[in-house]
Write a new protein. Structure first.
Length: 395
């Protein structure tokens, strides 16, 4: 084999050269030069060549260094077996399962990768080793044509990139074909947020059964799952002035979404709502009586509660009532924390976040707050201070 544009790769021992292979076109019988890169190196006195399966020079150089790592580990040649995409995605799913990811995360990974493998197989891309960056962008177009949101497309592409990064790092494929594919993170969509007046209206007009749940959401910023799984033993009503809410479950795997236990002081208005609740069951909040649970005690259902909230928003005359969600109470709580100058440390702790960037997504500036803030700006001409007359020196 003869390499055209043969050039050394710095930092490789034994030295590795990369270049393009020449071949004879079977139809025209003319000598052609491959678009993809190949590498050449000498091992134990034997000259060897390997296809790098990329037309990107930067990726080819990275692949050459991976060959050095392979040789240093004692593996002289990558197995030549055909690595199918579909079983490889299952291997990756097993890998992240062993890392202890949350069940909902695993379900999402499995679903996205299965859809990705199906898409690739339908287009004749069965082997992971032949997947290219061009295919990656074709997949992005497929997602866009399916009218998925920019955030959904971004999440799926990031997952595919993680999959190929793992495949290359673990030696399943020679080179990561999408290592150089850069994805622009989309702007976060503007989320609805209840104003203080709307919160007051909801807590006044809601049915007593839902009113207590909405009050807990409004004064703690708790997620629905955390509300659903709240136990009476999680309310420390004898501590502090009005007690504390201990949030320790509600996500996947019998823990919170962030896997952190947190304590939130109980607001006086929330304490009044808690004191009016019956204590017939282990859970603080239960569903209304039903045929299965004639005395109540069933688990509250997220969809039913959301429907009740939307009906209430329509009944009280909120504009665009269907835009609101149960999570909107969480947005309102974060915004009220900012409006009342509560420190980031407290707000992050109460909401169960580590990053202030996440908290910023929830923050909504109310118009009256913005107007009050802008009024504090005042341009004044500074008055020069009179010159200080030195006191006479004492003898």
């Amino acid at each position: 084999m003869k390499l055209i544009d043969r050039q050394p790769v710095e930092g490789t021992t034994p030295p590795i050269y990369i270049g393009h292979r020449t071949y004879r076109d079977p139809k025209t019988r003319k000598e052609e030069v491959s678009r993809t890169w190949y590498c050449e190196y000498c091992l134990h006195g034997e000259r060897r060549y390997e296809p790098l399966k990329t037309s990107n020079k930067t990726v080819a150089i990275r692949a050459a260094h991976q060959i050095i790592n392979r040789l240093e580990s004692g593996q002289t040649r990558v197995p030549s077996r055909r690595i199918e995409l579909e079983p490889l995605t299952k291997e990756y799913t097993a890998f992240i399962t062993n890392k202890g990811r949350a069940p909902k995360t695993l379900q999402k990974y499995k679903s996205v990768l299965e859809q990705f493998a199906t898409w690739a197989q339908a287009r004749g891309i069965r082997s992971a080793s032949v997947f290219s960056e061009d295919h990656f962008w074709q997949y992005r177009k497929f997602l866009a044509d399916a009218e998925l949101s920019d955030c959904t497309i971004y999440d799926r592409l990031i997952l595919v990139k993680q999959f190929f990064k793992w495949a290359a790092k673990s030696g399943k494929i020679i080179v990561n074909p999408v290592a150089e594919a850069e994805i622009a993170e989309p702007e976060s969509a503007i989320q609805p947020c209840f104003t203080p007046a709307q919160i007051k209206t909801l807590l006044t007009r809601a049915h007593p059964h839902e009113r207590a749940i909405y009050t807990m959401m409004a004064f703690t910023g708790m997620r629905f799952g955390e509300i659903r799984d709240l136990r009476w033993t999680d309310l420390l009503l004898e501590e502090g002035s009005y007690g504390f809410v201990v949030i320790q479950r509600g996500g996947s795997g019998e823990t919170t979404k962030g896997r952190r236990i947190r304590r939130i002081p109980i607001h006086p208005k929330l304490r009044s709502a808690i004191d009016r609740l019956p204590r017939k069951f282990e859970r603080v909040f239960t569903a209304r009586p039903s045929e299965k649970y004639p005395d109540g005690g069933g688990e509250i259902d997220e969809r039913r509660l959301l429907r009740s909230l939307k009906r209430l928003c329509r009944r009280v005359g909120f504009p665009n009532p269907d835009q609101y969600k149960l999570h909107t109470f969480r947005h309102a709580f974060a915004s009220m924390c900012a409006r009342n100058s509560i420190s980031y440390k407290y707000a992050l702790e109460w909401m169960g976040h580590k990053s202030s960037e996440i908290l910023d997504l929830y923050y909504t500036m109310y118009d009256d707050t913005a107007e009050a803030a802008i009024k504090t700006i005042e341009y004044k001409a500074s008055t020069p201070k009179p010159a200080r007359v030195p006191s006479p020196a004492t003898s």
